[in-house]
Ligand binder design. Structure first.
Ligand SMILES: [Zn+2]
Length: 413
């Protein structure tokens, strides 16, 4: 039995529009097809009664609804319109599973035991050929429902509300042309998480490290005491890093070194790493380890000089580290009312809040450092970036209610 038809109708309308972003493009939006959904959403927002400021050039939509209570500080809600390049979003054919009973051909409880928590709920799944796009069209539908609720109930007092719908989040460019002034909210939530009740406001500190090893190729027949094999030295470098501190062996607040790419030959080898840690000091320590290991090898073999042979006048092992993003907890610690408000609202809906560290980054992290503290809220969607993606209608309804409560907060006092 599907209850909140408007919410579900919206969601189904949005997921049927292919908005996959692309890592190949340099312009923004990265794909023109994202404009199709953006045009529709701009129209729908206007039809609801919101004031729309549509940045057509870069495909960002800003919308605002004035407050009608005593609170005059605006609260923002942000969701992204694109879907992941990882799985096709073309021809999404959502399957509505009314009152899920624990059996489904595609979504099996053997593969996804967490489905057992959804027995009795209404689920929306894929036909197994595409992703669903609950990431993040569930968030968009929930925000639209919140706005509609306030327009239909002018007697309910709420804060000034700002909405931003963004392109290209999935390729890490969702804040590239985000205009904080046009958005106009000093605090916001991204509505881009998963399981109902989960609030996220900590993410990794992130850096990329490139290790370049310079070798010297000599005919293998004459190589004794002359060849410097960059590939073998690169393997030695790699082996010096702690074996268990990798993504596949860590969880929660555990950081890691991740060897993401390796290429090389005798003359030169390049190792591309990403470094991640929630803790600023441990993050710095990881960078130091990368540098110290290079230093150790340069001393061990003599910098640029192996067995008396100079290597193109270059240091044998060189490390370049580039910061990527920072843990938004550093900003959020001064805005914890955003978290406690969300926790209180969830409890009043009968949902126990859970705060979990993000093992990645979010647009909210970038926005937090751009001056808009921005934790991430749940949407009720699961198995993102996958043909097994699904959403719980009941969890989406609760999330829409959560957004209403948050916008009401502080406005009635
Ligand atoms: Zn997302």
């Amino acid at each position: 039995m599907i209850r909140n038809t408007k919410l579900v109708d919206r969601f189904l309308r949005y997921v049927k529009i292919d908005t996959q972003s692309s890592e190949e493009a340099e312009e923004q939006p990265s794909t023109q097809k994202q404009r199709v959904l953006a045009d529709l959403l701009a129209e729908e927002l206007e039809a609801l009664g919101a004031a729309v400021d549509y940045d057509r050039e870069h495909c960002y939509i800003y919308a605002s609804v004035p407050g009608n209570g005593t609170a005059d500080t605006a609260l923002g809600f942000i969701a992204h319109m694109d879907t992941s390049p990882a799985v096709s979003g073309a021809g999404v054919a959502p399957r509505i599973i009314g009152t899920y009973d624990g059996t489904d051909e595609i979504l099996t409880t053997e593969d996804f035991p967490e489905l057992l928590h959804h027995i009795g709920e209404d689920l929306i799944a894929t036909d197994g050929k595409t992703l669903l796009g609950a990431d993040d069209k569930a968030g968009i539908a929930e925000i639209m429902n919140m706005l509609e609720y306030f327009f239909e109930h002018p007697e309910i007092k709420h804060r000034p509300i700002r909405v931003a719908l963004t392109p290209d989040e999935e390729i890490g460019r969702g804040t590239e042309n985000f205009d904080v002034a046009r958005f106009g909210a000093a605090q916001a939530y991204t509505v881009d998480g998963g399981k109902l009740g989960v609030i996220e406001y900590e993410c990794f500190h992130a850096a990329a490290a490139r290790v370049t090893v310079s070798g010297r190729s000599v005919h293998t027949g004459d190589a004794k005491n002359r060849m410097i094999n960059a590939v073998r030295l690169a393997m030695e470098y790699s082996a010096m890093l702690p074996e268990a501190e990798t993504p596949e062996h860590t969880e929660g607040y555990e950081g890691f070194y991740h060897l993401d790419k390796i290429r090389g030959d005798v003359e030169e080898a390049v190792l591309d790493y990403i470094l991640r840690d929630h803790d600023r000091e441990k993050f710095q320590a990881r960078k130091n380890v990368m540098l110290q290991n290079a230093d150790y090898m340069n001393r061990k073999y003599g910098s640029g000089n192996v067995n008396g042979i100079n290597v193109h006048g270059k240091e044998l092992v060189r490390v370049e580290i580039r910061d990527q993003y920072s843990n938004m907890a550093e900003i959020m610690k001064d805005h914890m009312e955003l978290i406690t408000n969300a926790e209180d609202a969830l409890r009043s809906l009968g949902v126990e809040p859970v705060t979990e560290p993000i093992r990645g980054g979010t647009d909210g992290a970038a926005l937090s450092f751009m001056g808009v503290p921005c934790p991430n809220l749940c949407t009720g969607g699961y198995n993102y970036h996958s043909r097994y993606e699904y959403a719980s209608v009941q969890e989406m309804e609760k999330t829409a209610e959560l957004l209403i409560l948050l916008a009401k907060a502080e406005s009635e006092g």
